[in-house]
Structure formats: C-alpha cells, structure tokens
Design a protein around this ligand. Sequence first.
Ligand SMILES: O=C(O)CCC(=O)Nc1cc2ccccc2cn1
Ligand SMILES: [Mn+2]
Length: 251
Amino acid sequence: NHSVVSTDVPMSKRSDYVDLCRNIIRDMDLYGVCVLDNFLGYERGMSVLNEVMNLYSMGVFKDGELVRNKASNNLKTIRGDEIIWVDGRENSCKHIGQLISDVDSVVMGSNQMNDNGKLGNYTINGRTKAMVACYPGHGSHYVKHVDNPNKDGRCITAIYYLNKDWDIKENGGLLRIFPEGWSDQVADIEPLFDRILFFWSDRRNPHEVQPAFKTRYAITLWYFDGNEKEEAGKKFHVASQSNICCFENAT
Ligand SMILES: O=C(O)CCC(=O)Nc1cc2ccccc2cn1
Ligand SMILES: [Mn+2]
C-alpha cells in the first residue's frame, strides 16, 4: 500500500513534509527511535534499489572490517556486511543522491522545526557520506553494538531499507534495538522496502542485525552535532575524514 507520492516534488515542498518532520520530532523525543514507511514512494524507491544493485553487481563493495574475537582468539567476522561509501554526486548514483538530499531535508527540517529549535537539543551541522551496505544472505549478521559509544560527534543514525517482499521469518535480517531505559522492551524493525529509520547513535540505542538469509540492502547516513563533533576533534583525530561532509551554510 504505497502512498502515491508525486516523484518530482522536492521533499521540502511535499504536502506531508511538515507532518513527517513533526512525526520524527515526536518519536525521537519519546522513544529515541522513529520509523517512516513509503518514504520516497514506489518509483523513486525502485530507482534507488536499481542503482544499489548495479553497484553491487560491479563488485565495488568491500567487506565490513574483521575483528579478532578475544574469547576463542581467532579472526571472527562480527560484521557480515559489505559496504561502499557514496556521496551521491557520482554519475551512477543520481537517485541515491536524491535520497540523501531528501533525508537531509527532513533531518534539518526537524532540527529547526522543534519548538525550542532543536531536535534532541542537538545542532546538526554535517553528516557522513552514505554507507551503502549489503548483507549477502548466508547468515551474515552484525553483533550487538553502539554506533557512537564515545562521543565522536555522531548524534542521529538514519537507515533507508530497500528490501522488497521481505519475509522476516524466512529471510531473517531483523534489526533489533535495545533502547536504554526500556528494560525488557526491544524495538524490532524489519528492513522493508522504502522504509526509513532514525535513532540516536549513542549508548541509548545498542542494536544488532540478526542473521540474514536473503540479500539485504540498506543505506546509512550519520548526522553530526556540531558541538560534540568539535569537542571530539580536539580529543582524538576522527578516524577517516574522507567520508565526512559538512553542510555549507550550517546554522
Ligand atoms: O542494517 C541495519 O539494520 C543496521 C546495521 C548496522 O548497525 N550497521 C553499522 C555499520 C557500521 C559500520 C562502521 C562503523 C559502525 C557501524 C555501525 N553500524
Ligand atoms: Mn549500527
């Protein structure tokens, strides 16, 4: 039941733009997690999926890093994902680029729109490039982790899912978030086509990807809080500056 979304209207001009932003603000303030379905609409979602599948078929994805498993002291994959960083201006990534600017619109819109002018009291002034990820589907998973455990500046994780006809029982690949403070509650998010998910990147949201048995695609953006990022810059060199973009006229 895809909402009919006219494809050529820029996000910030869409009639439901304000509602989307209010939706994000409310859910992020209440739960620290927000899920929106039918984010781009069917056609544009399919255009993004086709670009991702073309990239994958070109074999340009790299394995997520391997980490030594202390317990059994052997090299164990804790991440089954294969990734590629995309800034959206590449020739073969036009639609991914459009997705990125639409996510920027709702994140920046929500950051300005809140009554006290901030989303979660952050001043978002930049983001990473888009990390396009594929779980090849032979039980590949991602162990429970926190995206930003040590204040590196990232405040919001935005994940856009591209998986059509996904049957969670057959295909697995569930994203399970363990929101801090909700002792026995978990947030189970299916990686469904044209679904976008936002959550606070810090210790409030440990999460895992359960083993996937079908190819599972997702595009992730991390948004920076200007103050935390500046503090981090003083403490330690942020790993790879190459995948970081700053908004030109950041307020
Ligand atoms: O695909 C999903 O549902 C989420 C997967 C996920 O958590 N990916 C992920 C990927 C990461 C890559 C580099 C550094 C930190 C990272 C943290 N999380
Ligand atoms: Mn993560």
